[in-house]
Design a protein around this ligand. Sequence first.
Ligand SMILES: NC(=O)c1ccc[n+]([C@@H]2O[C@H](COP(=O)([O-])OP(=O)(O)OC[C@H]3O[C@@H](n4cnc5c(N)ncnc54)[C@H](O)[C@@H]3O)[C@@H](O)[C@H]2O)c1
Length: 319
Amino acid sequence: MAKESILITGACGQIGSELALSLRQKYGNAAVVVSDVRAPQGELAEGPFEKLDVNSEKDFERLYEQYKFTQIYHLAALLSASGEKNPLFTWQLNMNSLLYVLELARQHNIKIYWPSSIAVFGPETPANHTPQHTVITPRTAYGISKLSGEHWCKYYHERYGVDVRSIRYPGLISYKTPAGGGTTDYAVDIYYKAIEEGQYECFLSQDTYLPMMYMPDAIRATLELMEATSERVKNRWAYNLAGLSFCPTQVAAEIQKVIPDFTVTYKPDFRQKIADTWPNSIDDHDAQTDWGWKLEYDLPKMTEDMIKNLRTKLKNKVS
Ligand SMILES: NC(=O)c1ccc[n+]([C@@H]2O[C@H](COP(=O)([O-])OP(=O)(O)OC[C@H]3O[C@@H](n4cnc5c(N)ncnc54)[C@H](O)[C@@H]3O)[C@@H](O)[C@H]2O)c1
């Protein structure tokens, strides 16, 4: 295997904190530089860290000169719900930083991973089994930035041969790092509240179906896409990834199998409006045929794993 030097931006977030550990396991601690505007905690701190604000093109260049990266996982972004509080800043942060990364990749032949999102879709998009290529009409600043980002990725690939790969992640559920301001965050919060308080007030209505995925599947998908040979990566915008499709009552019912007294009330807020523009479920046929993607965790298996691991984590926090 050729020697890799890897940069992860936004690495202290929900995805980065787990992706970084998987990459370090594969390539060794020294090969994976974790970067963020905040300092890494726990296991994540056991390897190189650089404070990097992705608004600074100069700092990207400085770090490139120091480490000569061969891969960049560019995760830093403002997410859907946080992004609506400051739409123009969201556009600037999400877009400018991607262009800095693509330019660096063009100049130095760096392989890029950049996540897109189901937020690219809109109310005109077919809501069930949303196809890979379809009507795409985002309604949030975040979704607009992700759709534009997909086009820039495709452009840099076709025009300059940049090896850039992307997935439209559904809502991601994990127990290690809290979710970072997305519309699907309820599906993480609900597990914490079930264990800590036995009750939860949900910010989406009970029958809101959204595409979701357990973090181990999302990390595996990311690594599998990055490891696929170039010929297999036929889509240079971003791959649909289906994952699960469930509504709050379904996840609550699954939790009640383990915590029977758990109760949920519903008080939809501004995030309901965003959720209403997103699909219920996704068709990921292309990811399956192009690079062999296969989901592992269904809702019962994920719930069992979440509750088991969260109970241990929260118990350790108290003691
Ligand atoms: N988590 C999901 O459900 C989900 C779904 C679809 C797509 N995504 C995408 O995956 C990526 C990572 O998402 P996440 O859930 O880990 O997000 P997160 O909010 O948990 O983490 C983002 C990280 O970026 C850092 N950051 C913010 N501004 C920065 C800046 N100017 N410079 C450097 N770092 C900065 C934050 O400190 C944070 O650690 C994002 O691009 C997001 O759009 C996430």
